[in-house]
Design a protein around this ligand. Sequence first.
Ligand SMILES: Cc1ncc(COP(=O)(O)O)c(C=O)c1O
Length: 389
Amino acid sequence: MTDSNVQAPSLAKLLTHHSEKWRGFDRDVLPLPVAEMDFPVADSIRAVLAEMVAQSDLGYLGSVPELAAGFAKFAAERWNWSVDTSQVGVAADVGVGVVEVLRVFTKPGDTILINSPVYQNFYNWIDETHLTKVDVPFTRTGPQSDSDNPWQLDLDEVEKAYAAGLKVHLMCSPHNPLGRVFSKDELTRIAEMAKKYGVLVISDEIHAPLTFAEKRFIPFLTISESAREVGITITAASKGWNIAGLKCAIIVSQNDAINTKLDEMPRAVHFRASILGAFASAAAFAEGGVWLDSVIKQLDHNRFLIRDLLTTKLPSVKYHIPHNSYLAWLDLESLNLGENPTQTLLEKGRVAFNPGHSYGAQCSQYVRLNFATSPEIITEAIDRIVRTL
Ligand SMILES: Cc1ncc(COP(=O)(O)O)c(C=O)c1O
């Protein structure tokens, strides 16, 4: 395998992995939850890690200008976003970044908006910071085609939430699990409303590098001066380049007042990140483009493979083509798998997915399927659903 032809290894090989995805279940269960990929990592990442281990260069993380420089290069090339490297901070992961930012910008009891169904740890981060959750959920009301995502966000409802004294809007952009990329119009309106009502927008952009060609991912901070006055982006190379275990994320702001406030974060937020993660992330952003494009090509194949398999084998299951990343959001209601389809599929089908209810209580009949794996494993997963019926 090379960086330009990335492929997942065999199931037998994957079963030797040490991560939660591969250790969280009995050996006969085919695991497709947990957002990590089954693909081998990029050569540039492998090289930097091998060299640092060979040199026993495994101390605490100090200054790492390579990371901000790598991110700025990637952001300029892929998104036409000019990032000032002095405005890029480091945290151990996106979760820690969000929680630490919330700690300096809010006090317990302040309100925070999410849009369910959404990445399950958003709920945990809100609990951890003792904030009060407000939800304006997405609804499945829009048109659906390969280029249209059926999940819509009612921005008038979002405005009502802002007007009621909201403190923070935690956005998932692009969206997990809906595979939805926000449009320029949507982001522009959110930035304008946030400025009008004094809302801080935290934009979790961890899935952005994995956006498919038919959509353009737009970083929130590129939208307008208003966006830069109200916004903080938290992101990482960990999702795009499959290095979540290395523990490194970045916090980006492009506004002096926000930066001054961010300076109140403890210095430990930086050095609690891992030195391996920081240098691997720098290599990913700076040199990981060929690998990333190869992975996107495989994921592109896989998202349509799921459509084709469902059309043939499970035509009543609802699925829309995601515009980013590797998460399929399947509505299994028609299969009558009981109150908790994930549990039924695990027990009877020996196939594991993430349960829809953890993304939003209204989505209990959904499962999230991670398709960052081989076509063979995806096919076997769909077959196991069929065999459960
Ligand atoms: C939207 C989103 N944010 C954050 C994370 C986790 O990031 P980290 O491990 O850096 O906290 C994930 C992982 O799946 C995610 O989907």
